[in-house]
Ligand binder design. Structure first.
Ligand code: NI
Length: 254
Protein backbone atom coordinates (compact mmCIF):
# COMPACT_ATOMS: atom_id res chain seq x y z
CA UNK A 1 0.00 0.00 0.00
CA UNK A 2 1.45 3.32 -1.11
CA UNK A 3 0.52 6.74 0.28
CA UNK A 4 1.25 9.77 -1.93
CA UNK A 5 1.61 12.51 0.68
CA UNK A 6 1.69 15.41 -1.82
CA UNK A 7 -0.01 15.70 -5.22
CA UNK A 8 -1.81 18.32 -7.34
CA UNK A 9 -4.47 16.47 -9.35
CA UNK A 10 -6.52 19.65 -9.72
CA UNK A 11 -3.75 20.91 -12.04
CA UNK A 12 -4.78 21.79 -15.62
CA UNK A 13 -2.30 19.19 -16.92
CA UNK A 14 -4.86 16.51 -15.97
CA UNK A 15 -7.85 18.17 -17.60
CA UNK A 16 -7.87 15.71 -20.50
CA UNK A 17 -7.67 12.47 -18.54
CA UNK A 18 -8.00 13.16 -14.80
CA UNK A 19 -10.52 10.42 -14.11
CA UNK A 20 -8.51 7.91 -16.16
CA UNK A 21 -5.33 8.69 -14.18
CA UNK A 22 -7.00 8.69 -10.76
CA UNK A 23 -8.99 5.52 -11.28
CA UNK A 24 -5.86 3.57 -12.27
CA UNK A 25 -3.66 4.56 -9.32
CA UNK A 26 -4.76 1.48 -7.42
CA UNK A 27 -3.13 -0.69 -10.14
CA UNK A 28 0.23 0.72 -9.01
CA UNK A 29 -0.62 0.03 -5.35
CA UNK A 30 -1.45 3.64 -4.50
CA UNK A 31 -4.21 3.59 -1.89
CA UNK A 32 -4.25 7.13 -0.52
CA UNK A 33 -3.35 10.56 -1.86
CA UNK A 34 -3.37 13.99 -0.24
CA UNK A 35 -4.14 16.63 -2.86
CA UNK A 36 -2.34 19.81 -1.81
CA UNK A 37 -3.74 23.32 -2.18
CA UNK A 38 -1.76 25.92 -4.13
CA UNK A 39 -3.45 29.23 -5.12
CA UNK A 40 -7.00 30.24 -4.18
CA UNK A 41 -8.72 28.88 -7.31
CA UNK A 42 -6.63 25.70 -7.18
CA UNK A 43 -7.68 25.20 -3.57
CA UNK A 44 -11.36 25.43 -4.47
CA UNK A 45 -10.90 22.96 -7.36
CA UNK A 46 -8.93 20.64 -5.06
CA UNK A 47 -11.58 20.69 -2.33
CA UNK A 48 -14.31 19.70 -4.75
CA UNK A 49 -12.11 17.03 -6.37
CA UNK A 50 -11.48 15.28 -3.03
CA UNK A 51 -15.25 14.94 -2.57
CA UNK A 52 -15.39 12.76 -5.71
CA UNK A 53 -12.84 10.11 -4.71
CA UNK A 54 -12.85 8.26 -1.38
CA UNK A 55 -9.04 7.79 -1.39
CA UNK A 56 -8.31 11.52 -1.95
CA UNK A 57 -7.83 13.96 0.94
CA UNK A 58 -7.38 17.71 0.81
CA UNK A 59 -5.60 20.65 2.45
CA UNK A 60 -6.32 24.33 2.98
CA UNK A 61 -3.60 26.94 2.57
CA UNK A 62 -1.93 29.26 0.08
CA UNK A 63 1.50 28.67 -1.50
CA UNK A 64 4.12 31.39 -0.83
CA UNK A 65 4.16 32.36 -4.53
CA UNK A 66 0.37 32.85 -4.48
CA UNK A 67 -0.06 34.86 -1.27
CA UNK A 68 -1.27 37.86 -3.28
CA UNK A 69 -4.51 35.82 -3.47
CA UNK A 70 -4.99 36.37 0.27
CA UNK A 71 -6.88 39.01 2.23
CA UNK A 72 -8.73 39.15 5.56
CA UNK A 73 -12.04 37.82 4.19
CA UNK A 74 -10.31 34.88 2.59
CA UNK A 75 -8.37 34.12 5.78
CA UNK A 76 -11.71 33.89 7.58
CA UNK A 77 -13.09 31.67 4.83
CA UNK A 78 -10.05 29.39 5.04
CA UNK A 79 -10.57 28.96 8.76
CA UNK A 80 -14.05 27.59 8.01
CA UNK A 81 -12.75 25.35 5.24
CA UNK A 82 -10.25 23.84 7.70
CA UNK A 83 -13.19 22.19 9.44
CA UNK A 84 -14.36 20.25 6.37
CA UNK A 85 -14.27 16.53 6.91
CA UNK A 86 -11.68 15.60 4.29
CA UNK A 87 -9.28 18.45 5.07
CA UNK A 88 -6.24 16.90 6.78
CA UNK A 89 -3.66 19.72 6.89
CA UNK A 90 -2.84 23.38 6.30
CA UNK A 91 -0.60 23.81 3.24
CA UNK A 92 1.29 24.18 1.26
CA UNK A 93 2.57 27.22 3.08
CA UNK A 94 6.07 28.62 3.55
CA UNK A 95 8.69 30.70 1.78
CA UNK A 96 9.97 30.66 -1.80
CA UNK A 97 12.85 33.00 -2.61
CA UNK A 98 13.62 31.21 -5.87
CA UNK A 99 10.56 32.38 -7.81
CA UNK A 100 9.77 35.40 -5.72
CA UNK A 101 12.67 37.52 -4.49
CA UNK A 102 10.80 40.77 -3.93
CA UNK A 103 8.01 39.84 -1.61
CA UNK A 104 9.98 38.29 1.25
CA UNK A 105 8.29 40.24 4.02
CA UNK A 106 4.82 39.69 2.56
CA UNK A 107 5.53 35.96 2.28
CA UNK A 108 6.75 35.83 5.88
CA UNK A 109 3.60 37.56 7.18
CA UNK A 110 1.22 35.16 5.47
CA UNK A 111 3.38 32.19 6.44
CA UNK A 112 3.10 33.15 10.12
CA UNK A 113 -0.64 33.82 9.82
CA UNK A 114 -1.25 30.41 8.26
CA UNK A 115 0.95 28.62 10.80
CA UNK A 116 -1.15 30.18 13.54
CA UNK A 117 -4.35 29.15 11.75
CA UNK A 118 -3.09 25.54 11.72
CA UNK A 119 -2.46 25.71 15.43
CA UNK A 120 -5.91 27.17 16.12
CA UNK A 121 -7.58 24.55 13.96
CA UNK A 122 -5.44 21.74 15.35
CA UNK A 123 -4.13 20.63 11.94
CA UNK A 124 -0.60 19.64 10.86
CA UNK A 125 1.21 21.77 8.25
CA UNK A 126 2.67 21.07 4.81
CA UNK A 127 5.72 23.31 4.36
CA UNK A 128 7.11 24.57 1.05
CA UNK A 129 10.60 26.04 1.40
CA UNK A 130 12.76 26.93 -1.59
CA UNK A 131 16.05 28.84 -1.31
CA UNK A 132 14.77 30.01 2.08
CA UNK A 133 16.01 27.28 4.38
CA UNK A 134 17.17 29.38 7.36
CA UNK A 135 14.27 31.85 7.34
CA UNK A 136 11.76 28.99 7.16
CA UNK A 137 13.39 27.22 10.07
CA UNK A 138 13.68 30.40 12.19
CA UNK A 139 9.99 31.24 11.73
CA UNK A 140 8.94 27.69 12.53
CA UNK A 141 11.02 27.70 15.72
CA UNK A 142 9.68 31.08 16.77
CA UNK A 143 6.09 30.02 16.11
CA UNK A 144 6.57 26.69 17.93
CA UNK A 145 5.55 24.83 14.77
CA UNK A 146 6.58 21.61 16.52
CA UNK A 147 3.25 21.61 18.32
CA UNK A 148 1.17 21.11 15.15
CA UNK A 149 3.61 18.73 13.49
CA UNK A 150 3.96 18.56 9.74
CA UNK A 151 6.07 17.74 6.73
CA UNK A 152 8.81 19.64 4.91
CA UNK A 153 7.65 18.82 1.41
CA UNK A 154 10.17 18.10 -1.36
CA UNK A 155 12.99 18.37 1.15
CA UNK A 156 16.02 20.04 -0.44
CA UNK A 157 18.22 21.34 2.36
CA UNK A 158 21.21 19.94 4.27
CA UNK A 159 21.52 16.79 6.38
CA UNK A 160 22.11 18.97 9.47
CA UNK A 161 18.88 20.88 8.87
CA UNK A 162 17.05 17.59 8.26
CA UNK A 163 18.18 16.44 11.71
CA UNK A 164 16.85 19.66 13.25
CA UNK A 165 13.43 19.05 11.69
CA UNK A 166 13.45 15.47 12.95
CA UNK A 167 14.13 16.84 16.44
CA UNK A 168 11.03 19.01 16.01
CA UNK A 169 9.08 15.84 15.21
CA UNK A 170 8.66 16.73 11.54
CA UNK A 171 8.52 14.46 8.53
CA UNK A 172 10.58 15.02 5.38
CA UNK A 173 8.78 14.57 2.07
CA UNK A 174 10.96 12.79 -0.50
CA UNK A 175 9.98 12.55 -4.16
CA UNK A 176 11.33 12.19 -7.69
CA UNK A 177 14.38 14.38 -7.08
CA UNK A 178 15.97 11.58 -5.01
CA UNK A 179 16.28 9.51 -8.20
CA UNK A 180 18.25 12.21 -10.04
CA UNK A 181 21.97 11.42 -10.39
CA UNK A 182 23.13 14.80 -9.11
CA UNK A 183 21.01 14.79 -5.92
CA UNK A 184 23.93 13.80 -3.68
CA UNK A 185 22.82 15.57 -0.50
CA UNK A 186 19.21 14.38 -0.75
CA UNK A 187 20.40 10.80 -1.29
CA UNK A 188 22.38 11.07 1.97
CA UNK A 189 19.34 12.53 3.77
CA UNK A 190 17.18 9.66 2.48
CA UNK A 191 19.78 7.15 3.67
CA UNK A 192 20.46 8.58 7.12
CA UNK A 193 17.25 10.10 8.49
CA UNK A 194 15.12 7.59 10.46
CA UNK A 195 12.58 5.91 8.18
CA UNK A 196 9.93 6.87 10.76
CA UNK A 197 10.41 10.50 9.64
CA UNK A 198 10.14 9.99 5.88
CA UNK A 199 7.09 10.40 3.64
CA UNK A 200 7.03 9.63 -0.07
CA UNK A 201 5.44 12.14 -2.42
CA UNK A 202 5.17 13.02 -6.08
CA UNK A 203 4.36 16.76 -6.20
CA UNK A 204 2.75 15.67 -9.47
CA UNK A 205 2.35 16.84 -12.23
CA UNK A 206 5.91 18.03 -11.51
CA UNK A 207 9.19 16.28 -10.61
CA UNK A 208 8.72 12.91 -12.30
CA UNK A 209 11.42 10.42 -11.25
CA UNK A 210 14.08 8.95 -13.56
CA UNK A 211 13.52 7.59 -16.26
CA UNK A 212 10.42 9.79 -16.72
CA UNK A 213 12.17 13.04 -15.77
CA UNK A 214 10.63 16.06 -17.50
CA UNK A 215 7.37 14.26 -18.32
CA UNK A 216 4.05 14.64 -16.51
CA UNK A 217 4.27 12.88 -13.15
CA UNK A 218 1.61 10.73 -11.42
CA UNK A 219 1.46 8.73 -8.19
CA UNK A 220 1.84 5.58 -10.27
CA UNK A 221 5.59 6.40 -10.49
CA UNK A 222 6.00 6.20 -6.70
CA UNK A 223 7.39 2.62 -6.79
CA UNK A 224 10.49 4.07 -8.52
CA UNK A 225 11.01 6.51 -5.63
CA UNK A 226 10.39 3.81 -3.02
CA UNK A 227 12.90 1.53 -4.77
CA UNK A 228 15.55 4.28 -4.74
CA UNK A 229 15.04 5.00 -1.02
CA UNK A 230 15.20 1.26 -0.25
CA UNK A 231 18.45 0.89 -2.24
CA UNK A 232 20.00 3.88 -0.45
CA UNK A 233 19.08 2.43 2.95
CA UNK A 234 19.92 -1.18 2.16
CA UNK A 235 16.39 -2.32 2.89
CA UNK A 236 13.45 -3.66 0.88
CA UNK A 237 10.89 -1.59 -1.04
CA UNK A 238 8.21 -3.40 0.96
CA UNK A 239 9.61 -2.03 4.20
CA UNK A 240 9.85 1.55 2.85
CA UNK A 241 6.33 1.31 1.44
CA UNK A 242 4.86 0.02 4.70
CA UNK A 243 6.59 2.44 7.06
CA UNK A 244 6.01 5.55 4.91
CA UNK A 245 2.33 4.59 4.58
CA UNK A 246 1.98 4.38 8.35
CA UNK A 247 3.90 7.65 8.74
CA UNK A 248 1.51 9.51 6.43
CA UNK A 249 -1.53 8.08 8.22
CA UNK A 250 -0.04 9.25 11.53
CA UNK A 251 0.75 12.75 10.25
CA UNK A 252 -2.59 13.34 8.52
CA UNK A 253 -4.50 11.46 11.25
CA UNK A 254 -6.34 9.23 8.79
NI1 NI B 1 3.42 20.98 -4.23
Amino acid sequence: MIFDSHAHYDDRKYDEDRHEVLSHLIDAGVERVVNISNGWEDMMRSLSLVEEYPFLYGTVGIHPCKVSDLNEDRMAEMKNLCRKEKVVAVGEIGLDYYWDQDAKEVQKDWFVRQLRMAKEENLPVVIHSRDASQDTFDIMKREHAGTTGGVIHCYSSSLEMAREYVKMGYFLGIGGVVTFKNSKVLKRVAAEIPLENILVETDCPYLAPTPHRGKRNTSAYLPLIIQEIADLRGTTPKEVEKVTYENACRLYRI
